[in-house]
Design a protein around this ligand. Structure first.
Ligand SMILES: [Zn+2]
Length: 189
């Protein structure tokens, strides 16, 4: 069971990269199994993640195992898990369309049926330095009653009870951001 989850996590990292939801060395993904957090390492593209590259931490962030340095956004992942006991997967990316809305602090309107259901509310978290405790607390606070947020001038975070829930939500956020761009372009024709 645990091995299957690790393979699923590695596969979703590759999918995130293939679908251009993260590129270069950006983006990080984690899962919770029992009381342990398995998180992608820093300095490695999501396209290349193998199960053995994951870093295992306890909920306080103490190192348990793994040969790499954990993602620089580990505080954000840990803080969300502490505050959302039913969340078992977190994805953070700089997906291009949603991140452009985040950069401009502009709301993404839920204009598709999926977005109306899954992201009726998509808060924009005020900018805080990358990897900081302030960012971790602010993102976690804004995720208390929803499963996706934008971070001003930074990117997107989605969470779910499992890997596919968090991933599917990321697709909905990015696709809805693209539709918002189309809508604004077409409105002015
Ligand atoms: Zn980031």
């Amino acid at each position: 069971m645990e091995n299957e989850l690790l393979i699923s996590l590695a596969n979703v990292c590759i999918k995130i990269h293939e679908r251009k939801l993260a590129n270069g060395l950006s983006g990080n993904v984690s899962i919770r199994i029992n009381n342990e957090i398995l998180i992608t390492p820093s300095g490695l593209s999501l396209a290349d993640i193998q199960p053995e590259d994951l870093v295992v931490l306890d909920i306080e962030g103490n190192y348990i195992s793994g040969n790499n340095k954990p993602s620089s956004e580990k505080l954000m992942h840990l803080e969300i898990y502490k505050n959302r006991p039913h969340i078992n997967c977190i994805i953070h990316t700089h997906s291009p369309a949603a991140t452009t809305f985040a950069f401009l602090n502009k709301q993404i309107m839920p204009i598709s049926p999926e977005s109306a259901i899954f992201i009726p509310k998509l808060p924009i978290v005020h900018f805080e330095p990358y990897g900081s405790k302030m960012l971790a607390e602010s993102v976690s606070y804004n995720l208390k009653d929803c499963n996706a947020v934008l971070i001003e001038k930074h990117g997107v975070v989605t969470v779910g009870s499992g890997i596919s829930q968090a991933y599917n939500l990321l697709e909905v956020v990015e696709e809805t951001a693209i539709m918002n761009i189309y809508m604004n372009a077409i409105k002015n024709l």
